[in-house]
Write a protein that binds this ligand. Structure first.
Ligand code: SIN
Length: 458
């Protein structure tokens, strides 16, 4: 099969056809990236910055086209897609500047006639694998720091949403970017296409965003040629609402973090722990908010929740709800699938340990609420998971804000903040949620090697 169709999850119709790359295409892309690397590395940070800024301008100029494409290929509501284009451009903007600050160090010498220098150099050609849930921002979050650092990149986008990545690469060319410096390989056979990258020691880095299950397989593959790795994997975010929380603000933010992208982000609140003394008031307010969500055509400006990306995603959400209800949970709002790939926004109460929804990432528009009475118990429950990406807590007590955020085993903690991610801050997890950080100066370091130069003076 030389090409494959990209399917609109809201309608089931094809929205375009892309090249179905194979292992030979992968090998050609690697040759291009390897040949282009010394030339790209030799450019000054200022030259690379100028190109990145032109790319950012074109991304912003084409906001509407990119947003529409993204919505049509993976079902994100159009207002969120527009927001994502700005978020994506924000990474390019940040790294266009941050690349100029890849400073070295001078280490005080232990002997009079030596000078000890530390310099930072690009790691080399990069293989980047991106997910379907943020088809633009996950591309620029990896590609912009890599290019700013002086690396070349071959990107394999998810087969559900390759069109946005292809358009971003076209805009890179339009900006004057060299074609072999940033290439996109679309494929419906990711295993065959990835193999040449893992076999080739000249590809120096793997960066992946996706599930923990796939991340572990790629981590093992990358070990064959000892590549640097950045892995941004699954999450199972707890959202802790203490008795002194401002309920209206907590509900507004849990709605934003839970139902964004139909619940398909790895930082979505997955387990909502509410202090027993305010649980009924919280559930009443949240039920109203969930009922009021507008579900429907994602191209409509008023839609807040679109479809799930595919049948497997929908089946997992339905299975989590069915399992919870069979074990005693109650759906106070929603609880069932709609037409096609839609699932009704759902609020579950009477959720308890032993239900799948408290152990696994749901990746859908389902909010399970669990009561608690003690700070120590809720911290233990929040940390009782292999995952450690994002956690949230709601309190007006400053001491508790510090105490709990320090006790949570997570890479990101939002204190009275349901949407902490931003291009200039570190994003990433601990434990099974991954390795490394994206965003800010931490994201640039992932693409730089440290070289120590010791100079003995004659
Ligand atoms: C993700 O779900 O991987 C990204 C979420 C974000 O950047 O806010």
């Amino acid at each position: 099969m030389a090409s494959f169709d990209v399917i609109n999850p809201a309608t089931g119709a094809s929205v375009g056809t892309v090249l179905n790359a194979n292992a030979d295409d992968a090998r050609n892309a690697i040759e291009g990236a390897v040949a282009a690397f010394p030339l790209w590395k030799a450019k000054t940070a200022f030259e690379r910055s100028n190109l990145l800024r032109r790319w950012r301008d074109l991304i912003l100029k084409n906001e509407d086209a990119i947003a529409r494409l993204m919505t049509s290929e993976m079902g994100k509501p159009i207002t969120e897609s527009r927001g994502e284009v700005k978020y994506a451009a924000g990474f390019v903007d940040w790294y266009a500047e941050e690349g100029k600050r890849a400073y070295g160090d001078i280490v005080p010498s232990h002997v009079a006639n030596k000078r000890l220098l530390v310099i930072r150099q690009p790691v080399g050609p990069v293989y980047a694998v991106t997910p379907w849930n943020f088809p633009a921002a996950m591309v620029t979050r990896k590609v912009a720091p890599a290019l700013a650092a002086g690396c070349t990149v071959v990107l394999k986008p998810a087969e559900q949403s390759p069109l946005t990545a292809v358009l971003l690469a076209e805009l890179w060319i339009e900006a004057g970017g060299p074609a072999d410096v940033f290439q996109v390989l679309t494929t419906a056979d990711p295993v065959a296409v990835s193999e040449p990258f893992f076999a080739d020691a000249r590809v120096r880095k793997l960066t992946f965003t996706g599930s923990t299950e796939v991340g572990k397989l790629l981590y093992a593959q990358a070990a064959r040629t000892v590549k640097r790795v950045s892995l941004e994997l699954g999450g199972h975010a707890p959202f802790l609402v203490f008795e002194d929380a401002e309920i209206a603000a907590a509900v507004a933010q849990v709605m934003a973090t839970k139902f964004r992208n139909a619940g398909q982000t790895c930082v979505c609140a997955n387990r909502i722990y509410v202090h027993e003394s305010i649980r009924d008031a919280f559930v009443a307010k949240m039920s109203d908010a969930v009922r009021a969500l507008r579900v429907g055509d994602p191209t409509d400006d008023t839609t807040q929740v679109g479809p799930l990306v595919d049948r497997a995603g929908l089946d997992k959400v339905a299975a989590h709800v069915a399992d919870a209800v069979a074990k005693g949970a109650r759906a106070v709002v929603g609880g069932q699938a709609g037409q096609g790939l839609f699932f009704a926004p759902t609020l579950l109460v009477d959720v308890a340990a032993g239900m799948r929804i408290l152990d696994e990432e749901t990746f859908g528009p389902v909010a399970p609420v669990v009561g608690f009475t003690s700070e120590a118990d809720v911290i233990a429950a929040a940390n009782n998971t292999p995952y450690g990406l994002a956690a949230y807590l709601w309190t007006r007590d400053l001491g508790r804000a510090f105490r709990v955020s320090e006790a949570l085993d997570y890479g990101i903690v939002g204190v009275n903040d349901g949407l902490p991610a931003t291009p200039h801050a570190p994003f990433g997890g601990v434990k099974a949620s991954g390795v490394g950080r994206e965003g800010g100066r931490w994201g640039l370091e992932e693409y730089l090697d440290v070289k120590y130069v010791s100079i003995a003076l004659p």
